[in-house]
Write a protein that binds this ligand. Structure first.
Ligand code: NDP
Length: 250
């Protein structure tokens, strides 16, 4: 269990769901140090407590340019360089076309697109040769489901980033890929304002649309992120890894 022996990683949105599961998996795979970021200090403290003494946190709201501009300095106070950055922080907010507001658009694109670009840009000088950058997209990019246009468009933008950044960073042997999870059982579903009944109804509907007949566990996504982070994927760059339980086939 040492795919990440000696590696130092940073995970955005690492206090919850897939990000937290990935921090656990990186440490289980021998990572030396895992830095998680998030927008809530209390949640970060709890996560670090759970992760143990090889984990540290930095408060960084991905929608705040002042936070993002300070991120590299905050990382440098903890480690001189990074081998892996997993840009996981993201939000899901839904609205059908008639109800899309400027606030909805700005919030979703601000977090899922602008936050990604400038976080990666700020961390770039800290990346070691051979580092791995992983962005978190969604299997929803492959499908149509009502109300998700702004969210899905924000994640679709990441396909452009990985393709172009892979070419721009190849000279430093830095690989850039994305992961596209299918429905995954995380606190995200508690944050979109569904009642327990609506949530159960949505889960049953989604389960019927996935060949595996169930949501993914955060840990199953974390293992695929670890593949992209490790040397197991040393010849993989500029690509998206779809981990959707067969969602695209239904
Ligand atoms: P969670 O809500 O559990 O995790 C999201 C993480 O991102 C949390 O730590 C959250 O912080 C953080 N975050 C959100 N906004 C910001 C911000 N402005 N600044 C800093 N951190 C922020 O959801 P998931 O684990 O499900 O989501 C992780 C990623 O996976 C997201 O990018 C999501 O779009 C993607 N995804 C999820 C799917 C699913 O079915 N769950 C399917 C496909 C993709 P806080 O705890 O404070 O909210």
């Amino acid at each position: 269990m040492s795919k990440l022996q000696g590696k130092t990683a940073l995970i955005t949105g690492g206090n919850s769901g897939i990000g937290l599961a990935t921090a656990k998996e990186f440490l289980a795979q021998g990572a030396d140090q895992v830095i998680i970021t998030g927008r809530n200090q209390q949640a970060l403290d709890l996560a670090v407590q759970e992760l143990g003494d090889k984990a540290q946190s930095i408060l960084c709201d991905s929608t705040q340019m002042t936070h993002i501009r300070q991120l590299a300095e905050a990382v440098k106070a903890l480690t001189p360089s990074l081998d892996i950055i997993y840009i996981n922080a993201g939000i899901s907010e839904f609205a059908p076309l008639e109800h899309i507001t400027e606030d909805h658009y700005d919030h979703v694109f601000g977090t899922n697109v602008k936050g990604v670009v400038f976080t990666v840009q700020q961390l770039l000088p800290l990346l070691n040769e051979g580092a791995s950058i992983i962005l978190c997209s969604t299997a929803g990019v492959q499908k149509g489901f009502p109300g998700a246009s702004v969210y899905v468009a924000s994640k679709a933008a990441l396909a452009g980033f990985i393709r172009i950044w892979a070419t721009e960073l190849a000279g430093r042997k830095i690989r850039v890929n994305s992961i596209s999870p299918g429905f995954t059982n995380t606190p995200l579903f508690d944050k979109v304002g569904l009642s327990e009944e609506q949530k159960q109804g949505a889960m049953e509907l989604y389960n019927s649309k996935v060949l595996m007949g169930r949501f993914a566990l955060p840990d199953e996504i974390a293992k695929s992120v670890t593949y992209l982070a490790s040397n197991d994927s040393s010849y993989v760059t500029g690509t998206d890894l779809l981990v959707d339980g067969g969602y695209k086939l239904t």
